[in-house]
Design a protein around this ligand. Structure first.
Ligand code: SPV
Ligand code: MG
Length: 571
């Protein structure tokens, strides 16, 4: 809720700043010096930002002597204006030159969404008022009035504010001179007067306010007279208080303490719980908005692609080799099977890889992947494992068996499919008497190996389990499903709904991927089939395992010991 008289964010920043300066309430501005601090000021509830010259130069690591160029300051303001929709009043020092520089400054500030500028009546290049203030020459009054007029004449938004800062008290010229200057600046068109003091008591500010008698908005910076109760400013009719440098100072103390602690202790353990979590930084950067936008604008690209790898099994027929590790960790051509798969995904820009482990999941090497564990792997099947990774379906997702080796074009073509669902079927593998194999696929058209541009659709997949369950299809299958399924965009929601429906079945724990594919078809989904003819290996038994090494070696780059073996050449 806005307090009465407060303008909500829908009003322009210039209007909001103007309203703050002109309102009868005491208002507050908080210093910010970059995008992050601007965001923090807004979240704290402030209505406007002071773009402090001291703080902005300090965060650059330079002095408050116009060492940072005005364009560097304006560039920083752009980040601040992007990070926060609050009005920003720039501390524009002396205007960075003469009247002409002020004109250009005002135009550039308006272009970047800055609501106003404060210029001070010193000479360029200035020095911070708290460093030897008396020694600093003041500007000629007429010359400074010319700057104010030039700035007012060049603003295109009538609500852009120019605040004139009187440095007469800082420079030791006395109250009368301060009042004389303030009046001249008011008459030159200044929208408010900033009266600055370096005393530790508010006396001269309160005197000035009394003498000023409400001729226009007064802005103060109580850095030195900070112990004054804020109500005293309210009673004096001050318009706006600027807390001018407290975020850069707070950040400095924190950084000094943390750097010292980490340097001395050579560990992060003492600081981790005392500093903002990395996720808090992400939040302040609005990382969630990026992810949401990514799913809208990048849905077909690699940036939103993920993979879910089913790797819970020990490997029937491989017991001798898998006492200490799951099948996916068996070494093939010098590295675990899973690593071959992860590298294949990464080559296609699929970096968000979730592996569902089960048997000896502790032995799965987790670099570059997210491991989730199907704790009930001994009593459950592939779909129970898949359900463990349901949260990982965020963009386009490839679901894969964990024991696959394949030539890279297979995955590339799969992820480039524009169908909601797409599977790869090997037409070179059909059921043979006496050979145990699963996942035979029945498709709308057989592979004539010259089908270009014509889509083939999956009708049914028969695994050993589903065949045993009576779902056997009559007639010849067109090949073997390789264990790769691509799910595009929003189709993942339908896949997850189908999975959830199957989860309600009493036999869910026994269901495999074939059951999911068949349930999708039964639900009316069209699953595209991409035929291949060899060029891949699954590792199901010792024989497969032995041949997998030859296959993998044949895929290794030339010069990396990857001379094509007879096995690889044939495929
Ligand atoms: C600033 O914040 O840079 C100011 C205020 O100009 S002061 O440092 O108090 O002069
Ligand atoms: Mg300053």
């Amino acid at each position: 809720m806005n307090a009465p008289g407060n303008l909500p964010a829908g009003f322009s920043r210039t209007l909001r700043l103007r309203e703050m300066l002109q309102s009868d309430r005491l208002e507050f501005m908080m210093e910010a010096h970059n995008g992050l601090s601007a965001r923090i000021v807004k979240e704290a509830g402030f209505k406007a930002i002071w773009g402090s010259g001291l703080a902005i130069s300090a965060q650059f690591g330079v002095r408050d002597n116009n060492e940072a160029s005005w364009t560097q300051v304006v560039d920083m303001l752009e980040f601040m204006a992007d990070a926060s929709d609050l009005p920003i009043l720039l501390d524009g020092d002396t205007g960075y030159g003469n009247f002409n520089n002020v004109r250009r400054l005002v135009r550039k500030l308006e272009q970047r969404g800055i609501a106003g500028v404060c210029i001070e009546d010193k000479q360029f290049p200035k020095t911070n008022s708290f460093i030897n203030g008396e020694a600093q020459p003041l500007a000629d009054i007429d010359e400074f009035c010319g700057k104010i007029k030039a700035g007012k004449d060049s603003q295109s938004d009538p609500n852009f504010s120019i605040v004139a800062r009187v440095e007469a008290l800082i420079a030791g010229w006395g109250m009368e001179e301060a009042l004389r200057r303030a009046e001249a600046y008011r008459q030159a068109g200044a929208d408010a007067i900033l009266i600055h003091s370096k005393l530790s008591k508010p006396d001269e500010i309160l005197t000035f306010a009394r003498e000023w008698a409400g001729r226009g908005p007064l802005v103060i910076v109580p850095t030195k007279y900070y112990s004054t109760p804020t109500d005293a400013f309210r009673q004096a009719g001050i318009s706006t208080v600027i807390w001018a440098n407290h975020l850069i100072r707070g950040a400095t103390s924190a950084m000094q303490a943390i750097a010292k602690e980490i340097h001395e202790s050579e560990t992060l353990v003492n600081v981790e719980d005392r500093i903002a979590a990395v996720n808090e930084i992400f939040r302040l950067q609005d990382a969630d908005e990026y992810s949401a936008a990514e799913s809208v604008y990048l849905s077909a690209s690699s940036a939103s692609r993920g993979a879910v790898v089913l790797a819970a099994s020990r490997g029937a027929g491989l017991e001798a080799l898998t006492a200490e590790r799951p099948k996916v960790m068996l070494p093939v051509a010098g590295k675990p099977l899973l690593r071959h798969l992860v590298e294949a995904f990464k080559k296609e820009g699929i970096n968000d890889i979730t592996v569902v482990g089960g048997y000896r999941a502790d032995a799965i090497e987790t670099s570059g992947i997210r491991l989730v564990v199907n704790e009930k792997h001994e009593a459950t099947g592939e779909l129970a494992s898949l359900a463990c990774a349901a949260k990982s379906f965020t963009g386009d997702t490839v679901i894969s068996y964990g024991d696959l080796l394949f030539r890279s074009y297979i995955l590339r073509n799969l992820v480039e499919s524009d169908s909601d669902f797409c599977v790869v079927v090997d037409s070179s593998q059909t059921p043979q008497a006496g050979v145990a194999a699963t996942d035979f696929a029945y498709c709308s058209t057989p592979d004539d190996r010259a089908l270009f541009g014509q889509k083939v659709w999956l009708q049914n997949v028969v695994s050993v389990a589903s065949a045993a369950g009576g779902a056997q299809q009559s007639g010849a299958s067109q090949g073997r499903w390789m264990g790769l399924l691509n799910v595009r965009g929003d189709a993942r929601e339908r896949l997850l709904a189908t999975l959830a429906a199957l989860q309600a079945r009493a036999d869910f724990d026994k269901l495999d991927m074939a059951a999911l594919l068949n349930a999708l078809v039964a639900a009316g989904e069209r699953i595209e089939v991409q035929y291949v003819h060899g060029h891949w290996r699954g590792v199901n038994d010792l024989d497969d395992f032995r041949r997998a090494g030859d296959f993998a070696h044949a895929q290794a780059p030339y010069g990396a010991g990857g001379a094509a073996s007879a096995e690889g050449a044939r495929d």
